[in-house]
Design a protein around this ligand. Structure first.
Ligand code: B12
Ligand code: SF4
Length: 448
């Protein structure tokens, strides 16, 4: 069977051109799908961020993976293929959380992890009996198979090879889609499988895409110990409570971790409580001490903040920026709190009648990336959007970048320092470029 795998772009820049994402990374889900696909099938992978999609390519099936920001563009691509009577199957977390919506744009939808049921889809396709819906559960990441990364050849991704150890997170932050999908369960891969995969690919720089690499403390310790002899460098995502455990932090650093994305969200305890931000509850006052410990361990921090909580004011936004600058985080993301469907935050805003864009901002033609999609308590939506954009600009100023560069220099190697400087400028450009992105469609407006 001739299969097209498609990873949609987010959308269109103010110029009308497609968003040219220079910080793009390999989409691991498709490598897993390729690894699961028997070799007699013919796979062509198109990354909509760089490739032109051959709508006239006449495949037997088009697979599109969507998350909420790429859903609109994914649906557009599906429409184009289906006009040519080509069958489309949609999967990915947005399909899993919004199956009724996704099924309007596809011949078939796939809910759950591909590991559980992708081969069944292929059999049905070969027998010309594709079902409208496949429903499986989340589970352990690709037991017994290596993701097939040969499909990423010549795509010029960032030099991180993606992998995963665990899926899911025990916390239940009110805005998080991960909780909605994994229902607080954690699925842990065999450490031996992770080590074998790393040895197989022989890459020295890895990104663990785990929702929270310390979601199971015992297992995380074992993983870090197993990584030490591999002498790799890696980045990942982790909750701040890591720094409360000195032994764990030490092991993490020894295992080769050079950077962590950490969700701080807000510097106010009352907002953390409102967000039910489990690992951070009541410890906002301790942030500076914990941050210092992580920095002293030689690990850079990508600090994630969300703006627009119910306690947010103009002053709290200014104070948050001041805090971030003072902590010398290498990187930080300031994003507006987004109501993702099937989350407690989304339901609360529904009850309080505070949604904008009819509660479906991801489908709205006039929605732009990082624009307020609900009515905040103490600010106008437009003001929240403006303040967030201004914050990004201030964070990205040349003075801020060089200050952060020198504060984060650890002189491990000259190569490391140059790489850090390159990433600082790259992520600055990409964050500012994303500010006015329109979701979906590029080159032309949607055909009505
Ligand atoms: C890694 C990651 C990233 C990486 C992206 C890496 C890349 N390749 O581009 C980075 C850090 C850059 C990133 C960025 C963002 N991300 Co992100 N990211 C993740 C994370 C943590 C893991 C995704 C992953 O790789 N999983 C591993 C692979 C193997 O699993 P998978 O993709 O789910 O695929 C499996 C199945 O779903 C299925 N499958 C998937 N697609 C298909 C298709 C078909 C046809 C079939 C049959 C099966 C199938 O099979 C796969 C194998 O089992 C998820 C959280 C999560 N657990 O999903 C958030 C997540 C997807 N991200 C999210 C968001 C919001 C973003 C941002 C918009 C954040 C921001 N404000 O800037 C950006 C921009 C995204 C973009 N499109 O550009 C949200 C999406 C919410 C939603 N409701 O859709 C999530 C769920 C996080 C969250 N806490 O809510 N992200
Ligand atoms: S700690 Fe992170 S991954 Fe876990 S529920 Fe909260 S936001 Fe989601």
């Amino acid at each position: 069977m001739k299969l097209f795998f498609i990873w949609p772009n987010i959308g269109t820049m103010m110029t009308g051109d497609r968003f040219d994402d220079k910080a793009r990374m390999e989409p691991l889900g498709f490598a897993v799908l390729a690894g699961l696909t028997p070799k007699h099938h013919q796979i062509s992978f198109f990354d909509d961020r760089i490739d032109r999609i051959p709508f006239d390519g006449n495949p037997d099936l088009v697979l599109i993976s969507i998350e909420i920001f790429t859903a609109r563009r994914g649906y557009q691509i599906a429409d184009e293929f289906r006009k040519n009577h080509v069958k489309v199957i949609l999967g990915g977390i947005h399909t899993c959380l919004m199956p009724e919506e996704a099924s309007q744009y596809a011949d078939s939808i796939f809910i759950g992890d591909a590991e559980q049921g992708w081969r069944e889809v292929l059999k049905d396709l070969e027998n010309n009996q594709l079902k409208e819906k496949y429903q499986f559960t989340p589970g352990i990441a690709h037991p017994g198979i290596f993701p097939d990364k040969s499909i990423f050849k010549n795509k010029k991704y960032l030099p991180f090879s993606l992998t995963q150890f665990s899926r899911g997170c025990p916390h239940s932050c009110s805005y998080c889609a991960v909780t909605a999908y994994f229902e607080r369960k954690i699925y842990i891969r065999k450490i031996e499988d992770v080590v074998n995969e790393i040895n197989f690919y022989k890459k020295k720089l890895w990104f663990f895409v785990d929702d929270n690499i310390i979601s199971n403390l015992q297992e995380a310790r074992q993983l870090f110990k197993a990584l030490i002899p591999l002498k790799i460098k890696w980045v990942g995502q982790c909750s701040i409570d890591l720094a409360e455990d000195d032994e764990l932090l030490d092991l993490l650093a020894k295992s080769g971790c050079i950077g962590l994305v950490i969700g701080f969200e807000t510097i106010y305890n009352e907002s953390l409580k409102d967000l039910n931000k489990g690992p951070n509850l009541n410890i906002a006052g301790k942030y500076p001490v914990l941050i210092k410990k992580i920095h002293q361990a030689g690990v850079h921090i990508w600090a994630a903040f969300t703006l627009g909580h119910d306690f947010e004011t103009r002053q709290s936004i200014a104070d948050t920026l001041h805090f971030a600058l003072k902590q010398n985080f290498a990187f930080a993301a300031f994003n507006i709190l987004m109501p993702y469907p099937k989350t407690p935050l989304y339901d609360k805003l529904t009850l309080e009648n505070r949604h904008l864009f009819d509660g479906k901002w991801w489908l709205a033609e006039d929605y732009h990336f990082n624009q307020a999609a609900f009515i905040p308590k103490n600010l106008e939506p437009g003001e929240l959007t403006r303040l967030c954009r201004e914050m990004k600009v201030k964070w990205s100023s040349p003075v801020s970048i060089f200050r952060r560069f020198f504060a984060n220099l650890n002189f491990k190697t000259i190569g490391h320092s140059l790489f850090l400087l390159r990433m600082l400028f790259l992520f600055k450009t990409e964050a500012l470029k994303k500010n006015f992105l329109m979701l979906g469609y590029f080159n032309s407006k949607p055909k009505q």
